[in-house]
Design a protein around this ligand. Structure first.
Ligand code: C5P
Length: 346
């Protein structure tokens, strides 16, 4: 059997880092959002045994450390399936880019394998093996707009952000996520201490006094407030609104995008990554000046994204970045139904 699937990327709409836990992970709250940028995967099972990874990008490991290898090894054991599995990855997403490329590849490989064998792992088992392979994998078993908790592996489907024009800039900088977490710890004082992150000291005096757990709680509240706005709008109009801010006489004219901006959710990694790579801060500035309602580092970077009111403005922003020598593409966010339809529709 041979199955071809898309492997979509994600961005993080805000990311809050909490305390370092005894298991070596950091407590995390984030809103993941799947987007239309993707890699392509071809999964083939022939006679024999073993797992073979092929990739057009030499930076991608093709040994047992590859996330696809690790999840397929586990899935074959649980499914009690036999065969020689060949996974070809056509890499289009950046490596170590903060877009979840390797994690998405693993989930798409798993879905392709299930499709090929016409057998499905039970949902909880799938989530368990996904989380074993990496914190960023389970979100790709949900898709759309997803709340991430725990160390990022606890995932909850949220009310979808309507398809929103988006620009993703991918500077040629690879950032190690474990190192970014370690840098955050360095900035916060001793690992696990209750001291605050540095940028918050500068930007919000009230937050300075709060413990990491309070900051996580506030993140949750902001997201909940944003979502309740989204679902109210859905109930009123039958479907959520998207697009440019519109003023409608009586005053309450927010779009979901504007509501998101108002929550003030940010990505804590910016505070350790931007000082090391000031050019990334500049990319964010360009996106904002080009009309982004919301712009942020994705994950630990180095991808930076901006959300826009219209496709035309997003495309102009991408052109502006490319003229400045930064790789950038205009794309769109994907709702959950679009995500699932797009995986096998190729
Ligand atoms: O789960 P994943 O393999 O993506 O994590 C890689 C590393 O990143 C972990 O070993 C840990 O050092 C760090 N990490 C963390 N806190 C998280 C997620 C990852 O410290 N929430």
């Amino acid at each position: 059997m041979r199955v071809t699937v898309r492997s979509f990327a994600k961005i993080n709409l805000g990311l809050r880092i909490g305390t370092l836990r005894p298991d070596g992970y950091h407590e995390l709250r984030t809103v993941y959002q799947t987007i239309a940028l993707h890699d392509l995967l071809r999964v083939q099972v022939t006679r024999g045994s073993g797992i073979e990874i092929r990739c057009n990008d030499p930076r991608v490991p093709t040994n047992e450390s590859n996330t696809c290898y690790r999840i397929i090894e586990r899935a074959m054991a649980v499914l009690k399936a036999r065969g020689h599995v060949v996974i070809e990855i056509e890499k289009r997403l950046p490596v170590q880019g903060g877009l979840g490329g390797a994690s998405a590849n693993a989930i798409s490989a798993l879905l392709a394998l299930e499709h090929g064998f016409k057998k499905e792992l039970p949902g909880p088992e799938k989530l368990r093996i996904a989380a074993e392979v990496g914190s960023d994998l389970p979100l790709f078993l949900v898709g759309g707009t997803v709340l991430g908790a725990g160390h990022g592996e606890e995932v909850y489907p949220l009310s979808d952000l309507p398809p929103t024009p988006c620009v993703v800039a991918t500077p040629e900088i690879g950032i190690s996520t474990p190192k970014a977490f370690a840098d955050w710890d360095g900035l916060c004082g001793e690992p696990g201490s209750a001291r605050e992150g540095p940028g918050l000291d500068r930007t919000d005096a009230k937050l300075t006094a709060s413990a990491p757990s309070d900051r996580m709680l506030m993140f949750g509240r902001s997201v909940a407030a944003w979502l309740s706005g989204l679902s109210q709008r859905k109930t009123k109009s039958g479907q959520a609104l998207s697009g440019v801010p519109v003023s409608r006489g009586r005053g309450r004219a927010e779009t979901p995008l504007l509501d998101l901006v108002r929550t003030g959710i940010e990505n804590d990694f910016e505070q350790v990554v931007f000082p090391q790579y000031p050019e990334l801060r500049d990319v964010k500035r360009v996106l904002k000046r080009a009309g982004a309602a919301y712009a942020s580092l994705s994950g630990s970077g180095s991808a930076i994204f901006g959300l826009f009111g219209t496709r035309a403005v997003a495309q102009q922003a991408a052109v502006r970045l490319r003229k400045a020598g930064v790789a950038a593409v205009a794309t769109t966010t994907l709702t959950r139904p679009q995500y699932w339809k797009g995986i096998f529709d190729c």
